[in-house]
Design a protein around this ligand. Structure first.
Ligand SMILES: Nc1ncnc2c1ncn2[C@@H]1O[C@H](COP(=O)(O)OP(=O)(O)OP(=O)(O)O)[C@@H](O)[C@H]1O
Length: 499
């Protein structure tokens, strides 16, 4: 007797179709709420129960709206964008958190056409063991993140240097090659282009990756302290010095990498000592005759034109050539505008943690506005503008008006100042006090002008040193003027991450 006819491909397809349907029905039935969005993350369907959870009386009234406008912490957009499910997650809702699962919906060609989300449990006491483990792991992760800078490991890798323009790929290629060697590296480029990020990445990809990464910025510490910071201090080296010796960054970085930022600001006497480190691999701590070995790879960076400093006698030519073995010129953002969109995406994603529940996307018009800027402060300036847009905006997606508003704040105006003709600057200066006698009015107007100029430069620069450079005056002069005008750089709106 003939057995049952063998199953054909069509049977498998039919079985798969009905399996999908019954899985969907089963989920729907067990679910505490269901939500479906289209490929633009606009709501196409929301169950009554889910709508009630978010205080929506008329579910039909929210159809067509962006999902984040209705469910503030929704991650449905992420699912539509990536095409990947988020199988288990906790969503905050006004009453209590719910456990949710989200899946992409695809058409026959495999293209994402939307996403469906199910609220699986709202009685999540049943999940208490899983949830408490999750919370414990989150806590551990937060602790580990906090501890990370203390471990003196590289904080960034090459993947953090976002972009795939030809210029970016080339710089990453060269940096990777540099990572494999032990030679010094010199990173050149405007402020905010990512030199420090690259220094971390080079260390992280080098054979010294498991040893310390230590940085020292010449611009962040007074000249008189640089030598002690770098080479350390022997006990009782000078009056009032500690009884114990104090390690310098060279000792701390032993076996690893020492990143010397703003090397162009290094005082000449320290330059000679650094040259000895590079040539002889040795140094002496301040106030000591004991010669110590330096097993340290030097990565130096500067936003100044080192060759000009050499010509002016401010930088030793021999040190320059010693550092210049592998020099990498990091291009400014305006020369790699193809990277603008992915960099914005990555920066906005990074803000998701610090600014939860706010816009983390740009629309095309906003991007076009950003693409028209010159970005003298490069990615640091872009980061500031995006963060400011997020803070100022109430929309779920940042539009042209949101980024315009952020660009028109004092920070951005100051950032463009260096390249402007001066006309923009004068535009927002207060009118001169005409009722005063001419000499007095002149002095007062000049004082106001100088204050505004300095505040703008400080707001647009990561360090006081960089602001001084922007203004074309010495750092000491700028400090004196700030003291005289009682300007505090934090009041001037300088980015807080760069003291
Ligand atoms: N390609 C990039 N992708 C993503 N973020 C970047 C990129 N380049 C720089 N950044 C970010 O921009 C900011 C400035 O970068 P970084 O401090 O490395 O610049 P820098 O060139 O060392 O600046 P400075 O000369 O002023 O010290 C940092 O927040 C950094 O993480």
């Amino acid at each position: 007797m003939a057995g049952p006819a063998p199953l054909t491909l069509a049977d498998f397809e039919a079985l798969r179709g009905s399996a999908m349907q019954s899985v969907f029905k089963a989920f729907e039935k067990a679910s505490e709420g269901t939500l479906i969005v289209d490929r633009d993350a606009r709501i196409v369907w929301i169950s009554d129960k889910h709508a009630r959870r978010f205080g929506i009386a008329q579910p039909k009234g929210v159809l067509g709206r962006r999902v984040e406008e209705v469910i503030p912490n929704s991650r449905m957009r992420e699912v539509v964008r990536s095409g990947q499910p988020i199988l288990l997650d906790i969503l905050d809702s006004p009453g209590k958190p719910v456990v949710v699962t989200r899946m992409p919906l695809k058409n026959e060609q495999g293209e994402v056409v939307g996403a469906v989300g199910f609220a699986l449990f709202d009685e999540w006491t049943t999940l208490a063991p899983v949830v408490s483990r999750f919370l414990r792991m989150q806590e551990e992760l937060a602790q580990a993140r906090k501890a990370r800078p203390l471990t003196r490991q590289a904080k960034y890798s090459f993947s953090n240097f976002v972009g795939s323009s030809a210029a970016t790929l080339e710089i990453k290629r060269r940096a990777r090659r540099a990572a494999a060697t032990h030679s010094p590296v010199l990173l050149l480029g405007e402020t905010g282009t990512g030199k420090e990020l690259l220094a971390h990445a080079i260390h992280g990809a080098s054979p010294r990756a498991h040893r310390p990464f230590v940085s020292l910025s010449m611009a962040a510490i007074p000249d008189a302290l640089i030598e002690a910071e770098l080479f350390g201090v022997a006990p009782g080296a000078y009056t009032g010095a500690d009884k114990r010796d104090r390690q310098g960054k060279l000792q701390v970085a032993q076996g690893g990498t020492l990143f010397l930022d703003e090397i162009g600001d290094m005082p000449l006497p320290v330059q000679s000592k650094l040259l000895r480190v590079l040539q002889e691999k040795e140094f002496e701590a301040l106030g000591s005759n004991e010669v110590q070995r330096a097993d340290v790879r030097i990565i130096a960076a500067t936003s100044r034109k080192l060759m000009d400093l050499v010509k002016n006698g401010q930088f030793r030519a021999d040190l320059y050539y010693r550092l210049d073995v592998l020099s990498l010129a990091v291009p400014p953002l305006r020369e790699r505008m193809d990277d603008l969109e992915p960099i914005c995406e990555s920066l906005l994603e990074g803000f998701a943690e610090s600014h939860p529940g706010q816009a983390h996307e740009l629309d095309g018009d906003a991007l076009a506005v950003l693409a028209r800027q010159r970005w003298p402060g490069n990615i640091r300036e872009l980061r500031n503008v995006l963060e400011r847009s997020i803070v100022l905006s109430d929309s779920a997606v940042l539009g042209a008006a949101d980024v315009q508003a952020a660009l028109q704040t004092p920070f951005a105006a100051g950032a463009s100042m260096a390249e402007s003709t001066g006309a923009d600057l004068h535009r927002d200066l207060p009118a001169p006090p005409v009722q005063l006698p001419m000499r007095q009015a002149h002095a007062q107007a000049m004082g106001q002008f100088e204050r505004q100029l300095i505040e703008h430069a400080l707001a647009a620069s990561p360090t006081v040193s960089a602001a001084a450079k922007r203004l074309g005056i010495g750092r000491a002069t700028l400090y004196r003027k700030m003291a005289a005008l009682r300007i505090n750089r934090w009041d001037a709106g300088a980015p807080a991450s760069h003291p």
